[in-house]
Design a protein around this ligand. Structure first.
Ligand code: FEO
Length: 192
């Protein structure tokens, strides 16, 4: 008789432990991931708007670079969508804000792009912080990819911004840079 009671106690303890360690997403984390999907899709929208601005200026290399950037951002959103679903969460899409449509110069556009990536880095850092606060170690691991990615994103936008500053008003320099950017390809890691 005693051994039956003992068995039930063990079973209850184990199921409690199971819930504690479940891969099911915490609701706060799920909401934060959904907000991040929106931020990534906005990024894609912003870069498509910049691509359109550059196309209008006949800077097709810059436009190409921005279109690929938009594609990359859509890939980031898809990564979050897939992860929420893997963890048994619910993806809820929200409306996407209207992006800017005009910039004073290519330099102004890339200054905005860099500022936007710095903002996204801050958001990723907040997600990492939240995952630590709620002991979601799986999220901590998942988010490391984005931590690394943001280093590359800021570096890429910052480098082009700096070159544009060097070029100044020199049209030859601008066309040279346009040709350089037309060669951009998505790497498999960026394309994930
Ligand atoms: Fe998805 Fe450019 O950050």
């Amino acid at each position: 008789m005693n051994s039956v009671v003992f068995t039930i106690e063990i079973h209850e303890k184990n199921s409690k432990e199971y819930r504690k360690g479940s891969i099911m997403l915490n609701k706060e984390m799920e909401k934060a991931y959904n907000d991040q999907i929106n931020a990534e899709l906005f990024s894609a929208y912003l870069y498509l708007s910049m691509a359109s601005y550059f196309e209008d200026k006949n800077l097709s290399g810059f436009a190409h670079w921005m279109r690929l950037q938009a594609q990359e951002e859509t890939g980031h959103a898809m990564k979050f969508i897939g992860y929420i679903q893997t963890r048994g969460g619910r993806v809820l899409l929200d409306k996407i804000d209207k992006p800017a449509q005009e910039w004073e110069s290519p330099l102004a556009a890339f200054t905005d792009a860099l500022g936007h990536e710095q903002y996204i880095t801050g958001r990723i850092n907040d997600l990492v912080k939240l995952s630590g606060e709620i002991n979601d170690y799986a999220s901590g691991q998942f988010l490391l990819w984005f931590v690394e990615e943001q280093v590359e994103e800021e570096e890429a936008a910052g480098e082009i911004r700096d070159k544009l500053e060097l070029v100044g008003d020199n049209p030859h320099g601008l066309l040279f840079l346009d040709k350089e950017l037309s060669a951009r390809v998505l790497t498999s890691a960026q394309d994930e």
